[in-house]
Write a protein that binds this ligand. Structure first.
Ligand SMILES: Cc1ncc(COP(=O)(O)O)c(C=O)c1O
Ligand SMILES: N[C@@H](CCSC[C@H](N)C(=O)O)C(=O)O
Length: 415
């Protein structure tokens, strides 16, 4: 990289941290790196300053500074991107306006005639964008069961330009073998990009870049920020050419994350480890409770999960999102409506616990016929577990299940 390239455009270094100026560099454990941010601020401010500005003045008409215009680069965004690069084991991270914006930037690598292989269970918004591209962009999209490696490889051809994976999937919590699929894609279609949506786990629990995938992206609206107070997306890569292509689109389309949202995300990410651990512990308690009630529960923390061993070979945690079926849409609706502590809301990764019916909410944009073909149960309830007291969460579910007629017995403490 030439030294004439402004540092706003340089790949953020995943270099070790230097907690004391001039002191020895050291790579700390992830939980430590997450809270430690390096800042070149002239006043050594503890919190990274918000550069709430659209433009930057230049020294003269011919001498251009590091930054000129916030669409192209902003110091607060640079700090965020460098921090995320460190915790995502990436050489370059791009912070954009939302998770779908991240997906859009990645999708602009595709050309008419290209083929994409994606899951048959995936976030509804991703499905919608892929559908749009197949209808209007000359892209062929194959939706396959990614838990079956052969189902993916059978669709690989010289036209395959991208393989798009979620693991766990949203909302059926299916797990795919990311390292094996990546290796096979690289063997058969070396030019194809493997992109993984890591939103369900975040870098604290899984890092697909370590398995050799080309791109990891996340909706930072979820765990990374953690409070449902901003929309953001992040794209992480280790290939500088790829990074430049993606950055071109970010700059050309103007989807870079705004300075205040960068600051909020930087603030939120510092508590990721502690939030995630608590939410995940709660999710385990809730999953075991529901399984104990006799429901079919989908959660990789349960040994009954069909890809339990595979999941734990890739991930350091089970996450805080689980889903279960009740056998009846009406029963599920009653459960959702009787929950009090669990907010009826889309999204996940928030400190508050949420309950939803994917087919009516987050995945409503998928045609009902397609949902049926892909065996997405209409009665599915998705729980996005937060950091409240676990017994309060279980008590609230107990009373909702009882009032909905989904379980027999006495309602729990539900005054
Ligand atoms: C797995 C997954 N990926 C991507 C997205 C898109 O993120 P955003 O809502 O930030 O655009 C979502 C949710 O919206 C999601 O659940
Ligand atoms: N109306 C929104 C729904 C957003 S769903 C958000 C999140 N990914 C989830 O899974 O809950 C839309 O149409 O995109």
């Amino acid at each position: 990289m030439s030294s004439s390239v402004p540092s706003s455009l340089l790949p953020p270094s995943p270099a070790p941290s230097t907690p004391r100026p001039g002191g020895a560099q050291r790579r700390y454990k992830l939980e430590t790196e997450i809270v430690y941010t390096e800042s070149p601020d002239q006043y050594r401010s503890s919190s990274v300053p918000i550069y709430q500005t659209a433009t930057f003045k230049q020294a003269s008409g011919s001498e251009m500074g590091e930054y000129d215009y916030t669409r192209s680069g902003n110091p607060t965004r640079t700090q965020l991107e460098r921090h995320l690069a460190k915790i995502m084991n990436a050489t370059r991270v791009l912070a954009v306006a939302s998770g779908m914006s991240a997906m859009d930037v990645i999708a602009r690598l595709l050309r008419p005639g290209d083929e994409v292989i994606a899951g048959d269970d995936l976030y509804g918004g991703t499905n919608r964008l892929l559908k749009y591209l197949s209808t209007n962009g000359g892209i062929t999209v194959h939706h396959v069961d990614t838990t079956n490696v052969s189902a993916v490889t059978e669709k690989l051809t010289e036209k395959t330009a991208m393989v798009l994976l979620e693991s766990p999937t949203n909302p059926l919590i299916k797990i795919c073998d990311i390292p094996t699929i990546t290796r096979l894609v690289k063997d058969v279609a070396p030019g194809a990009i493997v992109a993984v949506d890591n939103t369900m786990l975040s870098p604290i629990a899984q890092n697909p870049l370590d398995f050799g995938v080309d791109i990891v992206y996340e909706s930072a609206t979820k765990f990374l920020s953690g409070h449902h107070d901003l929309m953001a997306g992040v794209i992480a890569v280790n290939d500088e050419n790829l990074a430049e292509k993606l950055f071109f689109t970010v700059n050309a389309t103007g989807c870079g994350l705004a300075p205040f949202d960068c600051w909020l995300l930087l603030r939120g990410v510092k508590t990721l480890a502690i939030r995630f651990e608590k939410a995940q512990n709660n999710a385990q308690v809730v999953a075991e409770f529901l399984e104990g009630c006799g429901f079919k529960v989908r959660y990789p923390g349960l040994e009954s999960h069909p890809q339990y061993d595979l999941h734990w070979s890739m991930a350091r945690g089970a996450g805080a999102v689980l889903s279960f079926e009740t056998g009846s849409v009406e029963t599920s609706e009653r459960i959702v409506e009787n929950a009090r502590l669990w907010g009826i809301s889309v999204s996940f990764g928030c400190v508050n616990s949420l309950i939803s019916m994917p087919c009516k909410m987050s995945h409503a944009s998928i045609d009902p016929k397609v949902r049926a073909e892909r065996a997405l149960p209409e009665d599915l309830i998705r729980l996005c577990v937060g950091i409240e007291d676990a017994s309060d969460l279980v008590d609230d579910l107990k009373q909702a299940l009882f009032l909905a007629g989904a379980v027999k017995g006495e309602p729990a403490e539900s005054s």
